[in-house]
Design a binder for this molecule. Structure first.
Ligand code: SAM
Ligand code: SF4
Ligand code: SF4
Length: 346
């Protein structure tokens, strides 16, 4: 790239660096979690719009040039993307990536884990909301629970110290907080509770179902005793805590205590739209310029300009204007799948 080097990292209007890219490799999913995909039918991204690996690599290289050093593959379900381990290998060869991670629901993980490890994936997060088979079936409308459990074992084997993400929902799985922490400990994993967010797609969201950070800490302290905060080391969204027996866990309090002030994340959808916030109504089309022959310099100039003008603080704004109704109405989601959490990748 011949563009003169920008001062790195690139900063937005609130002085937040461009560091962290969430790369959604597919909008398809093999589960239907009630907090993410509760509807019976979905509008999907057209297949011919989905970026090829070479196109993803070209965009990632521009992002790396501009200061991104953390990349997370997500979806939909990233393991549904054919040959995703090939993409992992290609990205892992980039020197600029300090942290290459994936978030998966675990269903297809057992056979994929050794290949992901070999391909050079650094870190893995598995989403897990319950340890009860019948509850899993209701929550995700799938009978694949045993495969998720097997996937968790594979994660422990190939990615020791992996993370488990749990969306805590009142009346759904809030009675499993302790059991999930115990299972994470047995697997050598770090559990992170995520507050239920009213993002696009969460059409069944209600404030009353949000289990707050304060409630979670109360439940955990009542069971284990003292809960000590652990100092933050970077702009990671989770507040981390340590229990008396040494186990650490995290809470991502995106709903009650948003962390927008430190947010260095942006999201690229599988069809090449770039979103600066989980709550952003519009993204920047990078596929059009890419397929239209734009040079790396031109793409870098476009991305730089958009990031430098970024003002998004979606979750904070939402906290102020929140109504007890979904953020985006179903009719709008049907018109534009980019508004869905499963298209943006969380
Ligand atoms: N399918 C993969 C998975 O579930 O791990 C990756 C994509 S998923 C959209 C990424 C993360 O978003 C998951 O950990 C999921 O629990 C979280 N998520 C989805 N909808 C959410 C909501 N309404 N509130 C909080 N977290 C949500
Ligand atoms: Fe569940 Fe992830 Fe699929 Fe959403 S994308 S339905 S959170 S598995
Ligand atoms: Fe970042 Fe937007 Fe989430 Fe705030 S709401 S932390 S700005 S993605």
């Amino acid at each position: 790239m011949s563009t003169s080097l920008p001062p790195l990292p690139l900063r937005d209007v609130h002085q937040r660096p461009l560091r962290n890219l969430r790369l959604s490799v597919t909008d398809r999913c093999n589960l239907r979690c009630q907090y993410c995909m509760p509807e019976d039918e979905y509008a999907w991204l057209p297949r011919h719009d989905i970026l090829h690996f070479e196109e993803i690599e070209r965009l990632v290289d521009v992002f790396l040039f501009l200061g991104v050093d953390k990349v997370r593959l997500t979806g939909g379900e990233p393991l549904l993307r054919r040959d995703v381990t090939e993409l992992v290998a290609r990205l892992a060869s980039r020197l600029g990536i300090r942290d290459l991670a994936m978030t998966t629901n675990g269903v297809l993980l057992r056979p994929a884990a050794p290949d992901l490890k070999r391909a050079g994936l650094h870190r893995l997060t598995v989403s897990l909301d319950t340890l009860q088979a019948d509850r899993f079936e209701r929550l995700s409308r799938s009978a694949e629970f045993h495969r998720v459990l097997d996937g968790l074992e594979a994660a422990a084997e190939y990615f020791p110290g992996f993370k488990i993400d749990t969306v805590a929902i009142r009346g759904v799985n809030d009675d499993e907080v302790i059991a999930l922490l115990d299972r994470a400990r047995a697997l050598g994993a770090e559990l992170r509770f995520i507050e239920y967010m009213d993002v696009g797609g969460a059409t069944h969201w209600s404030q009353s179902q949000v289990v707050s950070r304060a409630e979670l800490l109360g439940m955990i302290a009542a069971h284990y005793g003292a809960v000590a905060p652990v100092d933050r080391v970077d702009a990671a969204p989770a507040d981390r805590f340590r229990l008396a027996h040494g186990q650490t866990f995290g809470i991502i309090a995106s709903t009650t205590t948003p962390f927008c002030a430190d947010c260095d994340r942006s999201r690229l959808t599988a069809d090449g739209l770039w979103y600066l916030c989980l709550y952003a109504a519009r993204g920047t089309d990078l596929r059009g310029p890419l397929r239209g022959g734009a040079s790396a310099d031109a793409l870098a100039t476009l991305i730089r300009g958009v990031w430098q003008a970024r003002t998004d603080r979606g979750a904070e704004t939402r906290q102020v204007v929140r109504a007890d109704a979904p953020f985006i109405p179903l009719s709008a989601l049907k018109r534009d799948p980019h508004l869905e959490m499963h298209t943006r990748g969380g």
